[in-house]
Write a protein that binds this ligand. Structure first.
Ligand SMILES: Nc1ncnc2c1ncn2[C@@H]1O[C@H](COP(=O)(O)OP(=O)(O)OP(=O)(O)O)[C@@H](O)[C@H]1O
Ligand SMILES: [Mg+2]
Length: 313
């Protein structure tokens, strides 16, 4: 099976700005791939090139086995796209929007109605027959996602599908993404600025910074490259006694003392936390609080780029 998405040396410049630089990508059929990066990293530009909506300055790409430049029409028939700025016609109702989209893809009336019923859970009850101009931002995003799904695409591109959504809408979208992938085997390429989103939804993540892919792997692999979870014990007694006790635990790679806290780095916080508690009790140290701080994708990004991914909520 050819990869669902493949790109070699993909590049796009706008004047002096290099939006996407030398991007190599390979996404397998059936994979949920996350493109993670801060504002201006080049995520949308890369998506637009892969979806035939922007021309590339250099490089080659194929989607669903078709060349993005030479076979653009076939690419467009194989993909669904929900862009960051959904361009919807406010004068239409949700149902009319979806019907138009279905016609665009050549679906017959019964098929269109069936699809609308299937996609209805994405929308709020009653909203489907209202004009889009009365929708909230989150409802528009979800309608746009439903429109992208009308023709059951092989590959789905979602550019920041949950930015600006409230927690309930976000959960609905997450559930749909999981279901589409699990039940239909749909390949999904999504961009996000949310680390938990990449962690929760994707099989593999590419971290994009200033137009370049700076790391790629499963969320767990990426977290392992920066190493460690940290277990922190806040103690009532002498922290140095506590530190010596913690150091006897197998799997602890280093320890530090800050005030009345001992922090211990480890590859797997969850598996050392009970032995740490036992060691502290055996040394007669009274523990006020014992906590695990797992490595996050934000730590990975910080290590790679020296900056944190900023998210405006
Ligand atoms: N049409 C355009 N004209 C000029 N510059 C552009 C254009 N589109 C994007 N850029 C520039 O390319 C760079 C990458 O932008 P892009 O929108 O791809 O980033 P992004 O990762 O999607 O950011 P965000 O998280 O804010 O959506 C930015 O410096 C942006 O200003
Ligand atoms: Mg963008």
């Amino acid at each position: 099976m050819p990869p669902a998405i493949s790109a070699r040396g993909l590049r796009r410049t706008y004047g002096d700005v290099v939006a996407v630089d030398s991007l190599d990508l390979e996404v397998d059929a059936g994979e949920v791939y996350g493109f993670l990066g801060p504002n201006g990293a080049g995520k949308s530009t890369a998506v637009r090139m892969l979806c035939t909506l922007a021309t590339m300055t250099a490089g080659t790409a194929s989607v669903a086995g078709y060349d993005v430049v030479a076979q653009g029409d076939l690419v467009r028939l194989s993909i669904g796209v929900a862009l960051q700025d959904a361009a919807l016609d406010g004068k239409l109702t949700g149902r009319e929007t979806l019907t138009l989209q279905g016609r665009y893809y050549g679906l017959a009336k019964p098929a269109i109605n069936r699809r609308i019923d299937e996609l209805a859970p994405l929308l709020e009850m009653g909203a489907i027959d209202r004009r889009v101009s009365t929708y909230s931002g989150g409802m528009k995003r979800r309608l746009d996602l439903a429109a992208a799904l009308m023709h059951n695409p092989e590959v789905l591109f979602l550019d920041e599908p949950t930015t600006g959504l409230d927690p309930i809408s976000r959960a609905t979208v997450w559930e749909q993404i999981r279901r589409l992938n699990r039940e239909l085997g749909m390949t999904i390429f999504l961009t996000t600025q949310y680390l938990e989103e990449a962690d929760a939804l994707t099989h593999r993540v590419g971290i994009l910074n200033e137009g370049r892919l700076v790391a790629e792997g499963t969320p767990d692999e990426l977290k392992r490259t920066v190493g460690s979870d940290v277990v922190v014990a806040r103690v009532a007694g002498d922290p140095d006694t506590a530190r010596q006790a913690v150091e006897t635990v197998a799997g602890i790679t280093s320890t530090e003392v800050y005030g009345n806290e001992v922090s211990a780095a480890t590859g797997d916080g969850a598996s050392v936390v009970s032995p740490v508690a036992v060691a502290l009790a055996a040394a007669g140290v009274e523990v006020i609080e014992l906590s695990i701080h797992p490595t996050t994708l934000d730590d990975v990004f910080l290590e790679l780029t020296g900056a944190r991914i900023e998210v405006e909520e």
